[in-house]
Design a binder for this molecule. Sequence first.
Ligand SMILES: [Zn+2]
Ligand SMILES: [Zn+2]
Length: 173
Amino acid sequence: MYLDLRDVSEKSECFERTYVASAFTSAKEDYLVKDDVSLVFDVRKIQDKYHLVGRLVTNLELICCRCLEAYPRPVDSAFDLLYLPQVRNNGDGEVEVEETALAVAFYHDEEIDLGQLVREQLYLSLPMKPLCVENCLGLCPICGINLNRDNCQCSTTWHDSRLAGLRSALDKR
Ligand SMILES: [Zn+2]
Ligand SMILES: [Zn+2]
């Protein structure tokens, strides 16, 4: 999953790559990649830098943080990256970036690691709080039932018993 930079010129060129979902399946991640990852980008050489502008499209499966059910999440993310040679960063520690609006990444050995690009874009597309639906009701804290699908009798009695406890505590004073 590398882009050979010797193929890239100062003329903007379009590249298209498709990777199988399993290439990005990892037990370390909080997501599952369900569909092929489609990567389309324009790349242009600017002296020793490479400017990549494109988008990534796929489908993920996330786990809802309230009800713990898996749910699908489509990803369609645009990226605009300026790749600098790795050595420059190690050198004087100063990275001068003229185009401040761009995100900066690094390449080495005349290659850009597109697998890393994909993983970073997937990571950036993840919500802070994954929710299957905006108003997911979550799990009942007493019986653990999924309140999106079923009702239980716990919730009302739960509130009542808490109030009763409070009330008796107040009575004792
Ligand atoms: Zn949910
Ligand atoms: Zn319950």
